[in-house]
Write a protein that binds this ligand. Sequence first.
Ligand SMILES: [Zn+2]
Length: 249
Amino acid sequence: MAEHLSKLVLDELAAGLATDAAALAHSRDCFQCRDRLAQFVEARNQARRDAPFEQVFAKLKTSHAAVESLPSAPKWRRRTFVFAPALAAAVALLIYIALPHPKADVTRLKGGASVRVLRAPDGTAVSSARPGEKVVLAVTSADQTFALVMAVEASGDINLVWPLGSPESARVAPGPEARLTPGFQVTPGSMALHAFLSKEPLKVETMRAQLEREVAEARRAGMSPLQAKAAPLVGVGRAMATLEVKPGS
Ligand SMILES: [Zn+2]
């Protein structure tokens, strides 16, 4: 892929002034530039809303290097992945879904990436588990060294699963299949686990925005967020596994 778009070009695109076909195509196809462009557009809209303020502070602003900085990213809902000690009492069954996928437990996408759920501590690939039971995700990728896994719930909520509490993806252990320790406890509620594998760390919020677009697309197509299609991303290996949690008897 060509180099990422410059601030100048992004600004032109945001203003609707860009005519370069390659730049337009790049802004559509590159998820990173698409995100940056969205920020430029938002910055323009904000500037329009703040017009009087803008005039008063124009001088002050230009004297600051802060002119360079982008407005802060949209405040996506942040909800940490809820661990389930309290829910362990609830009798529910985690069933590794057999949605209409060619393989029951692994979906391979571009980049040769895969994600599996293993029962801790014996490491058996599981098709079901009970809430409170500990599982660990294992990812495979050709030569990607960083991983990030997010869970999409039926409600459309998106939660970071691994690495918990991190703003970006983390390095995985080398080897054919890396375990994303320390794993987590199963909670009730169906989820689609989306793994992102890459050579460079990926920002959680960027991938969250990507998933939000995919969830929106699924909804437009009349599908559940759980069936959101993982779009190919340049330089990112993606894999998905869907988990269904059913209430127990
Ligand atoms: Zn780009």
